[in-house]
Design a protein around this ligand. Structure first.
Ligand code: FE2
Ligand code: FE2
Length: 373
C-alpha cells in the first residue's frame, strides 16, 4: 500500500506500536521508520484523502489537521508521534470521575524561562503562558486510584502524562518549568508527583542527559511516591505529629512503591529503584535502613533533591511553604550530607537561572471526600 492510505495506516500502526513497546524496541523503531518512509514518499506525490478510521479518534483528541513541512527529520517525526499519542491516551481516559472533573481547571504557574545564557548582566527573560495541566492531573488521579484498587501501575498512562508534561515544558522556544500549586492538601500526592516529574526532567535536561533518559527519569519522578496509595488519607493529611505507628507506616512507602512497580512492569526497573531509594541520604541516613552502605542510583539522588524542594515549597497542614531563597539555601547547605553536592548545586543554579514565578492554581472541585489520594 502506498499514497495517503499507506501513510495513514503506517501512521496508525506506529501509534499502536508505541503504546505497546518501549522506546528503543525494534518493533517500535521499525513501525516509526515505516511511517516516516511513507510520509517521505507521500510528500513527493499529490495527496488525496478519503474517510479514515483514525480521523474521528484524532478529532476527539483535538487534532483536526496534520501538516508537515517539506523537510521533516526522523527525530521530529518521532516527537510528533509522541505528542499525538499523549493526546490520544489522555483523551481516551474517561472514567466517571474524570468526566466530572472535566470542567475543573488547574492552571499552572511558575513559568521559569531561561535568560540569555551568554551574558549574566542581561535581565532574565520571563514569560507567562496559558496552559492547563487539568487532563494530566486527572490522569494521575485516575492511575493512582487504579494502583490502589488493582495494585498495578498502568504504564501507558504514566508514560502519556510524562510525554505531555515534557511537551508543556517545551511548548515555548525556551524551556519552561510548569509547577502546580497545591490548594487542597488531599491533592498533595497528585500535584507533588507531577511537580517532581517536571523538576526531575528539567534537571536531567539541564545536566545534558539525552531525551530518552530524561523521559525515563521523568517517569521515575512521577512514580516515586506511588507507595503512598497504601497509606490512609487521614494519616497522609494529618495536621499534627505522627504517632510512632503512623511514622512507621509512612516510612514504608518507598518499599511499598518499589514492590508495586516491580509487580507491574519489567520495563519499570528504574522507577522501582528510585521509589526505593528516594529517601536515602548521601551519608546513608534516611529510610529504608540500609544493611550495607552503598551508592544510590543517580536518578534517585536527582529525584531526592527535587522531592525535598517541592515538599518544602508547599504549604503543609502543620507549616507554611518555605520561600524560594530559604529552600535553595537549605538544599545547598545539605549538599554532602543529605544530597549529592554536585546535583544539589546544579539544581540551585538551574532554579536561580530560570527565575520562577508561581501563579495560583485554581482547582474548583469540592474539597476533601471526592479526592483520589
Ligand atoms: Fe517519598
Ligand atoms: Fe515525594
Amino acid at each position: 500500500m502506498s499514497g495517503p492510505a499507506g501513510f495513514l495506516s503506517a501512521f496508525a500502526h506506529a501509534l499502536a506500536a508505541m503504546t505497546l513497546y518501549a522506546a528503543g524496541h525494534p518493533a517500535r523503531e521499525r513501525a516509526i521508520d515505516d511511517a516516516f518512509q511513507q510520509l517521505h514518499d507521500l510528500q513527493s506525490a499529490a495527496p488525496e484523502l478519503k474517510a479514515w478510521d483514525w480521523s474521528r479518534r484524532l478529532a476527539q483528541a483535538g487534532i483536526q489537521r496534520l501538516e508537515f513541512a517539506d523537510r521533516v527529520s526522523r527525530d521530529e517525526f518521532e516527537g510528533f508521534l509522541d505528542e499525538v499519542l499523549a493526546r490520544l491516551t489522555l483523551s481516551a481516559i474517561d472514567t466517571t470521575e474524570a468526566h466530572q472533573l472535566r470542567h475543573s481547571s488547574i492552571r499552572f504557574g511558575s513559568v521559569g524561562v531561561k535568560g540569555d545564557a551568554g551574558s549574566a548582566e542581561a535581565p532574565v527573560a520571563t514569560a507567562t503562558i496559558g496552559y492547563s495541566l487539568g487532563e494530566e492531573a486527572e490522569t494521575v488521579r485516575w492511575f493512582q486510584d487504579a494502583v490502589k484498587s488493582q495494585g498495578i501501575v498502568p504504564l501507558t498512562e504514566a508514560e502519556a502524562v510524562v510525554r505531555s508534561l515534557s511537551i508543556a515544558m517545551h511548548s515555548d522556544r525556551q524551556l519552561v518549568i510548569p509547577l502546580l500549586q497545591l490548594k487542597e492538601f488531599d491533592q498533595y500526592t497528585t500535584t507533588h508527583s507531577m511537580n517532581v516529574a517536571v523538576l526531575t526532567m528539567a534537571l536531567a535536561e539541564h545536566l545534558g542527559l539525552g531525551a530518552r533518559e530524561v523521559r525515563n527519569f521523568g517517569i521515575a519522578g512521577l512514580l516515586h511516591d506511588i507507595g503512598k496509595v497504601r497509606i490512609p488519607l487521614d494519616v497522609l493529611t494529618k495536621p499534627g505529629r505522627f504517632t510512632d505507628e503512623e511514622r512507621a507506616l509512612m516510612n514504608q512507602h518507598p518499599i511499598e512503591g518499589a514492590r508495586i512497580i516491580l509487580k507491574s512492569e519489567e520495563q519499570l526497573e528504574l522507577p522501582a529503584v528510585v521509589a526505593y531509594e528516594h529517601h536515602i541520604m548521601l551519608n546513608g541516613g534516611g529510610y529504608p535502613t540500609l544493611r550495607f552502605r552503598r551508592d544510590c542510583h543517580r536518578a534517585s539522588k536527582l529525584v531526592h533533591v527535587c522531592d525535598v524542594y517541592d515538599a518544602l515549597r508547599t504549604n503543609r497542614p502543620y507549616r507554611e511553604a518555605w520561600p524560594q531563597e530559604r529552600t535553595l539555601t537549605y538544599l545547598r547547605d545539605r549538599g554532602g550530607v543529605e544530597f549529592d553536592p554536585e546535583l544539589a548545586g546544579a539544581f540551585v543554579r538551574m532554579m536561580q537561572q530560570w527565575e520562577p514565578q508561581v501563579a495560583v492554581m485554581t482547582d474548583e472541585r469540592a474539597p476533601l471526600g471526592t479526592a483520589g489520594t
